[in-house]
Design a protein around this ligand. Structure first.
Ligand code: HEM
Length: 143
């Protein structure tokens, strides 16, 4: 039953707003070339997002898409489709960057290579956040 999910969904929404705020701060520090502060915000954000995605969003996506008791209708499923694609891209890119910079130094040559990827990660993350935010209301209003 969708109903039973609402309180947890609301908590997850609030946590997601916090994670996105951390991403925005991470971007701000990256622009200032303060790499230590950049890492301080984006590493925990990616770690927490990966945990939430694997243990909450993946199982629930299966439920909303295929369970006859799913409260979500056409509009919600459309939003969810956009959310799953952008969220998966954002998370995979973010995990790649995390692993890459755990092993490689923050040098100009590496940065050049990954600057575009970081921007792509940021914009797909933003798309996932906005569509996720909207999807919360699809669950709430059963649309
Ligand atoms: C960077 C990646 C992601 C971000 C920033 C993100 C963000 C969000 C946000 C803000 C919500 C609303 C909170 C809620 O309703 O619980 C949400 C919900 C949801 N997301 Fe994501 N998401 C990401 C990745 C994914 C992926 C890859 C999937 C693929 C299946 C996914 C599936 C879902 C589902 C099914 C919900 C509804 C969960 C519920 O029942 O409450 N998300 N997401």
């Amino acid at each position: 039953m969708g109903m039973a999910f609402y309180p947890i969904s609301t908590i997850v929404l609030i946590v997601e707003i916090g994670i996105f705020a951390a991403v925005l701060l991470g971007v701000k520090y990256a622009k200032q070339l303060d790499i230590e502060m950049h890492h301080m915000f984006v590493y925990p954000a990616v770690f927490l997002q990966a945990i939430i995605t694997f243990f909450w969003m993946f199982p629930n996506a299966a439920f909303y898409v295929s369970d006859p008791e799913s409260p979500v209708k056409d509009i919600g499923l459309f939003i969810l489709a956009i959310h799953r694609i952008s969220g998966l891209i954002a998370l995979l890119l973010a995990l790649y960057l995390v692993v890459f910079f755990l092993f490689k130094r923050w040098e100009n040559s590496n940065l050049k290579l990954n600057r575009k990827l970081m921007l792509a990660t940021y914009y797909s993350w933003m798309t996932a956040f906005i569509s996720g935010f909207l999807f919360y209301f699809s669950i709430l209003f059963e649309i």
